[in-house]
Design a binder for this molecule. Structure first.
Ligand code: ZN
Length: 235
C-alpha cells in the first residue's frame, strides 16, 4: 500500500528544487528527499542541500515535522558513459545540436527511474521534480511531454500509479522566485538566496543580490535574470 499523503522530492540543493521542496511540504504530510551523485564537477550543490534542509526545518517548524529522510543515490554510472561540461572541467559552450555541452544525455530519465524505484520501496507514489520548459537551457528531458511519457512508463513498469508533479514546468524563473515567496514569505526567499546553489562552475565566493555564483554561466544567467525581473519588474 502506498501513502497518498507522502511525496519524494528530487532535491539537488538548487533554487528550483528548494522551491519544489517547499511546495511539497505545504501539500504532503510526509516528504522525503533524494539526490544523485553522478560525479558532477563540483560537490558544492551536494553540500548545500543538507544546509538547506537544516535551515528549512529550523525556520519553518510546521514543515520540520513533515520533512522525513534524505537519500543520496550513487549514479556514477553516468560518468562511465561519457563526460559533459557538468562532469569535467571544460568551457561551457553551445554544441552543433543547439544544446549546451552541459547536457548529460539520459540524466533526468535515469534520475526519475531511480527516484521512482526508491519511492516504490518507501511506500510512496508521488515524485516532485523541478523540471521546467519555460525558462531553461533547452534540455529535452526537462520538457513536459518527456515527463508525461516517463509518468506513464514508470506507472506501467512498476505496476502501480507513479505521479510526477512538476510545479515549475510552465512558469519562468521570475515566477519561481514569486512562488517561493508565496510559500514561505521573505524568509524563504532569503534562505534560497543565501543557501541554495545553482552555478555550474561551483563558485560560491561572491555574494550577489540573487545569491552566490559566477554570474555568467547559463545557470547563473537564468537565476540572476529571473531574480531581477521578480524584484524590479514584478508581473
Ligand atoms: Zn555560474
Amino acid at each position: 500500500m502506498t501513502d497518498p499523503r507522502a511525496a519524494l522530492v528530487l532535491f539537488s540543493g538548487g533554487q528550483d528544487s528548494t522551491t519544489c521542496l517547499a511546495w511539497a511540504l505545504e501539500r504532503y504530510s510526509r516528504v522525503e528527499t533524494v539526490a544523485f551523485d553522478y560525479r558532477q564537477r563540483h560537490r558544492i550543490e551536494l553540500d548545500c542541500r543538507l544546509i538547506v534542509r537544516h535551515e528549512l526545518a529550523a525556520q519553518f517548524p510546521h514543515w520540520a515535522k513533515r520533512l522525513g529522510d534524505d537519500h543520496l543515490v550513487d549514479a556514477g554510472v553516468l560518468a562511465q558513459l561519457g563526460d559533459s561540461a557538468l562532469t569535467t572541467q571544460r568551457a561551457i559552450e553551445m554544441q552543433a545540436d543547439g544544446l549546451p555541452n552541459t547536457f548529460v544525455p539520459g540524466r533526468n530519465l535515469l534520475f526519475l527511474t531511480l527516484a521512482a524505484a526508491l519511492a516504490y520501496r518507501r511506500g510512496m507514489s508521488v515524485l516532485v521534480a523541478g523540471m521546467c520548459e519555460t525558462d531553461y537551457s533547452g534540455y529535452p528531458d526537462c520538457r513536459d511531454n518527456t515527463l508525461k511519457a516517463m509518468q506513464v512508463a514508470l506507472s506501467l513498469g512498476l505496476g502501480q500509479p507513479m505521479t510526477l508533479e512538476t510545479p515549475l514546468m510552465f512558469i519562468d524563473k521570475a515566477a519561481t522566485w514569486a512562488l517561493a515567496e508565496r510559500l514561505g514569505g521573505p524568509a524563504l526567499s532569503a534562505l534560497i538566496v543565501e543557501h541554495t546553489h545553482t552555478c555550474y562552475l561551483g563558485q560560491r565566493g561572491q555574494r550577489h543580490a540573487w545569491g552566490h555564483g559566477c554570474g555568467v554561466c547559463p545557470a547563473c544567467t537564468l537565476r540572476r535574470g529571473g531574480f531581477e525581473r521578480w524584484r524590479f519588474a514584478p508581473v
